[in-house]
Design a protein around this ligand. Structure first.
Ligand SMILES: [Fe+2]
Length: 189
């Protein structure tokens, strides 16, 4: 049994400096994949006309998918803005709504925007090196990079959580995080 765990540890090792997590499956999202996510559609089109940079990468590891199992992943969100709005992830709810998640900041500066699905109540949590953010069930969550270097973080979630992007794509988050006078400010969309 110990050998089994040792081989798992070797197979799934994390290297935040190299923005790598071995043994995982990588998803890459570019600016063009985030149509409708940013508040300022004019700035979004202008930015896209200049290029289609990678905004973020997520490397997910799914060691087992039985009852009680966990999945985990490394997120790398690059710095930048569309208009005055910081680069962000699409954000999602879990398909299994009651599934929670733990995020652990590794590098960089940023936030997680949380929004309770039923009440719409929003909350901004700091996510950076050494910061832990607990995402309760029934809560939409999105990561935002307000710094000048890639924001990297670890996420750990139940194997059956799943990802529901559709609900967010329909109505988006109620709040936006924009830069005003050099500071991040949370505003109504
Ligand atoms: Fe999640």
């Amino acid at each position: 049994m110990l050998e089994h765990f040792q081989s798992l540890a070797e197979k799934f090792s994390v290297n935040p400096d190299a923005f790598a997590l071995s043994g995982g499956r990588e998803v890459v999202r570019c600016l063009g994949d985030l149509d409708g996510c940013f508040r300022d559609a004019v700035s979004y089109s202008a930015a896209l006309a200049c290029g289609n940079p990678v905004l973020y990468r997520v490397i997910a590891v799914e060691p087992a998918s039985g009852s009680g199992d966990l999945h985990y992943g490394l997120g790398i969100l690059y710095p930048g803005k569309v208009g005055s709005e910081y680069y962000l992830t699409k954000g999602h709810l879990h398909r299994t709504r009651e599934a929670g998640e733990v995020y652990i900041g590794q590098r960089g500066e940023g936030f997680m925007l949380l929004e309770d699905e039923a009440s719409g109540e929003s909350r901004l949590e700091t996510l950076g090196a050494g910061r832990v953010v607990y995402v309760p069930g029934f809560t939409a969550h999105r990561t935002i990079n307000t710094g000048t270097v890639p924001l990297t973080y670890f996420g750990i979630y139940p194997a059956n959580a799943g990802h529901d992007y559709g609900a967010i794509a329909e109505r988006n988050f109620r709040k936006v995080l924009v830069e005003e006078a050099g500071q991040p400010v949370l505003k109504d969309r």
